[in-house]
Write a protein that binds this ligand. Structure first.
Ligand code: 26Q
Length: 819
């Protein structure tokens, strides 16, 4: 579509092979005759990257010359995965490169496999940030990602005797050809110390932050090429460097090792990504990471702004800052501090600038994931910010009290400071008060924010809380990961779909064309074959591509209910054992996902999946009809293999708990049918594909809430459903853990004795019925394939291009730059 120019010329493809050889020698110091794949991957990567630098600089000077408003996407996590194929895809040179690489004696796929994932995030929130960068730059919206360059990304998961083990992800051990380190740009970030009052020359009271411990922030840029490459942007990731004068007094006193200790400790700030998703532990180092990101980023933002402006008054017209959850919300008091203490503004002017600059995206309603920081911790690490937060809160509560006189309960609910159980700062409240717009990530979720979690705020600021439904980039999540299907789609409706995903609607009539359905089924089967080979390599298990591939890949969490899926698997097992000649639809049930290292229950469910798999896969009666596997180390590059091969996508969270989900979109876009609850974006997926093309079951969000209120009794389901009872008793009695009978008692107990908070027992029977409908439909391949096509065809809404344009027009107030 946009790929009109002659890419051979633009990217000097005639010279690419020579450049690869040159980089082998000059950059990597390798023998050009070497046949090491890793060297060739690197040499290719450098040769590709150098072809983008010009375009990047041109893009940046376009932004500068047009004085375009810039978007800064602040996120503690980005999850880009691998870069090589994404660069080639967006440059439009995949096929050309494949030929050149073949002439060098390699396949592009084998070089691709040499790259280690950039796993600088936990899951959905980080991947969303990466999809949004792709969509911003592909649509000429001047935007940058700002984050942290962790030395160690999300841990590497292996499975040993059925249990998760974590190993450190030393992802840059062999270097990273994509990063451009700016050794010469350093910003100082302050910590600790105290806030001091003084009088300026006009006699006004002012504040300064003194006696601080300082750490330097060094930027490292990674280019983000837009599709068609008319624009190239970057993410800027910060790494901590000790400051040169660190602990100078210790050096002077002759305490060399003591002084070095301080230096080393300060560089720890960017060592490791916290592997918790949806759960908070208040660690000082985490708060340091957050402020480190924010302080360095704002120095960079203001430096860039002040090159073209003399006053900060127009900052909101030139800069939009999106806070990816509350993790960077300390940016709000930080900008206040800069405007007042460094640039001398008064409170009201500074506050007006602040609230017109920030917008905040909420990604969760789980109470255990809402960030709060102890006042004493925050006040010790960032004393001046703590003062500013108190003042923000004082003024805010004054306004609330004026609107709702005498409503002290409301004041204590809305306060930025939580008083019960020791004072804590509620980062969500701070982010709402300091932003002009707050958004949820799917229609249902935004509704829950308005009427539940942030209800008081919605009453006070009736237009502040809105919805922007998440999306995924069709470049990585269809074009790049699924060449078989992409080729078929392009042959049938032309290439425009990848920048205008609504075009996929043109596939709808083709669902009635039997030749097209056959071609669709062939592409799907090819992907399933490729995945089968991968599974064989990874877990030494053969799976049959002609069975129904039933997949649940996502972080392990009780609310996502991988356990409910296991309960279905056990039920199928029992049915086969009871009636070995039963006519059942052959299935392969695949799982993947990491559990936070400290999340005992989630780790136990991984163990249960593996023990159930062991029993099921070894059983002769079951052979050929049911197989179960857990694929270790789910990550972006694994998702790119799994997603195109799925027949059935499991999206079965307790209604009201999954903010959006984005895996649901990726699977459906690649032609999987969804089995799911009316949760998160599943609701909108159903609206788009039609209720007849999706398997929806279970309690609705409001029913979950009602049941919680009126008293939910999980045992009732146990007593009234013999099949469920049998499943529970097998788990509880050690059927799957004969050497350790009590191993899974905590799983049993959580449902039977601890209230079954996620209501698996209530949803078991409806889920079983939905699964029966899946089985029946799969037997009618013609109908199945028809629905598979209709699913992909109706995913247009879930392009991150659409999401980003909604942010751009409705929140950031930026327009695509003309070109
Ligand atoms: C917070 C404080 C300290 C340590 C860790 C954290 C932390 C880190 C990551 C808390 C939460 C997260 C991640 C949240 C997340 O990924 N949420 C998901 O966001 C997706 C994108 O909007 C949604 O699709 C998912 O529904 C939501 O679960």
């Amino acid at each position: 579509c946009k790929m009109s120019k002659n890419v051979r010329e633009v990217f000097r493809l005639d010279e690419l092979k020579d450049d690869i050889r040159r980089n082998m020698v000059a950059l990597l110091g390798n023998d050009p005759r070497s046949k090491r794949k890793f060297s060739y991957y690197n040499a290719l990567a450098y040769s590709v990257r150098e072809r983008l630098v010009d375009l990047w600089m041109r893009t940046q000077s376009d932004y500068y010359d047009s004085m375009a408003k810039r978007v800064y996407y602040l996120s503690m996590e980005f999850l880009p995965g691998r870069f090589l194929m994404n660069y080639l895809t967006n440059m439009g040179i995949v096929d050309e490169c494949r030929e050149i690489v073949a002439e060098l004696g390699f396949s592009l796929e084998e070089l691709e496999e040499e790259e280690w994932d950039a796993g600088l995030g936990n899951g959905g929130l980080g991947r969303l940030a990466s999809c949004y960068l792709d969509s911003m730059v592909s649509q000429n919206i001047p935007g940058y990602g700002y984050g942290i360059l962790y030395d160690y990304g999300i841990f590497y998961q292996s499975i040993v005797n059925g249990n998760q083990e974590e190993r450190c992800d030393n992802w840059r051990r062999h270097g990273c050809p994509w990063e451009i380190t700016r050794l010469d740009t350093l910003y100082e970030v302050k910590f600790y110390g105290r806030s001091e009052t003084y009088y300026d020359s006009d006699g006004n009271v002012r504040f300064r932050w003194v006696d601080t411990e300082n750490v330097m922030a060094m930027p490292c840029d990674i280019l983000i090429p837009g599709y068609g490459c008319s624009h190239v942007s970057n993410m800027r990731l910060w790494t901590a460097q000790s400051s040169r004068e660190f602990n100078l007094s210790d050096f002077n006193r002759g305490d060399y090792i003591g002084a070095m200790h301080g230096k080393v400790m300060s560089e720890n700030i960017t060592k490791v990504l916290y592997p918790n998703d949806q759960f908070l532990q208040g660690m000082e180092l985490r708060l340091k990471q957050q402020y480190f990101l924010v302080s360095a980023t704002f120095q960079d933002i203001l430096r860039r702004y002040l090159k073209q402006h003399t006053s900060l008054a127009a900052l909101p017209e030139a800069v939009a800052v999106q806070l990816n959850d509350t993790h960077p919300a300390i940016a709000i008091p930080e900008l206040m501090r800069l405007l007042m203490d460094v640039y001398g503004m008064g409170w009201d002017v500074a506050w007006d600038i602040c609230t017109r600059t920030f917008a905040y995206t909420n990604h969760t309603v789980l109470p255990e994931a809402l960030e709060t920081w102890p006042v004493d911790l925050l006040g010790r690490l960032l004393p001046r910010h703590m003062q500013i937060i108190y003042e923000i809160n004082r003024r805010f509560l004054e306004g609330v009290a004026a609107t709702f006189p005498g409503d002290t309960e409301r004041l204590s609910r809305m306060s930025v400071i939580q008083e019960e159980g020791g004072q804590r700062v509620r980062m969500a409240n701070l982010a709402i008060v300091g932003s002009h717009t707050v958004n949820g990530v799917a229609a249902l979720h935004s509704n829950i924010l308005q009427t539940g979690l942030f209800r008081d705020f919605h009453e006070y600021y009736p237009r502040k809380i809105r919805n922007v439904t998440n999306g995924v980039t069709p470049r990585r999540w269809l074009m790049q990961c699924n060449p078989a299907l992409s080729r078929l789609i392009t042959q049938s409706i032309g290439p425009e779909w990848c920048c205008n995903l609504e075009k996929l609607r043109e596939l709808v009539p083709l669902a009635e064309d039997s030749a097209f359905r056959d071609a669709w089924a062939r592409a799907k089967l090819e992907n399933k074959r490729l995945l089968s080979r991968y599974v064989l390599r990874k877990v030494q298990m053969g799976i049959n591509p002609n069975t129904l591939f039933d997949m649940q890949f996502k972080r392990m969490h009780e609310y996502k209910r991988q356990l409910l899926n296991v309960m279905h698997v056990i039920s199928l097992f029992n049915r086969i054992k009871d009636n070995p000649s039963a006519d059942i639809t052959p299935r392969t049930v695949l799982f993947g996902g990491k559990a936070a290292p400290g999340y005992y229950q989630a780790k136990l469910i991984i163990r249960l999946i593996n023990e159930v798999a062991r029993v099921v896969n070894a059983d002769a009666d079951v052979a050929g009809r049911l197989r179960v596997a857990f694929l270790p180390n789910y990550c972006i590059s694994q998702a790119e293999k799994v997603v195109p091969a799925a027949d059935l996508s499991e999206q079965i969270s307790t209604a009201g708990m999954e903010a959006s989900g984005t895996g649901n979109m990726k699977f459906a876009l690649n032609g999987a049918l969804t089995i799911g609850t009316l949760d998160g974006a599943n609701v909108e997926i159903m609206e788009e594909v039609g209720a007849e093309n999706i398997f929806i079951f279970g309690l609705k969000a409001h029913e979950v809430a009602e049941k919680r209120r009126s008293g939910y009794n999980p045992r009732e389901f146990y007593e009234n459903d013999a099949e469920l009872r049998r499943v529970m008793d097998m788990i509880g009695s050690g059927f799957f853990s004969p050497d350790e009978r009590g191993l899974f008692s905590p799983v049993y107990d959580s449902l039977m004795h601890h209230g079954d908070y996620y209501m698996l027992m209530a949803d078991y029977r409806p889920y079983m019925e939905a699964q029966a409908a899946v089985d029946a439909l799969y037997l009618d391949q013609d109908q199945w394939v028809r629905k598979s096509i209709l699913n992909a065809a109706n995913m247009g809404k879930f392009s991150s291009d659409r999401s980003v344009m909604e942010y751009a027009r409705g929140i950031w107030h930026v327009e695509p730059l003309g070109k």
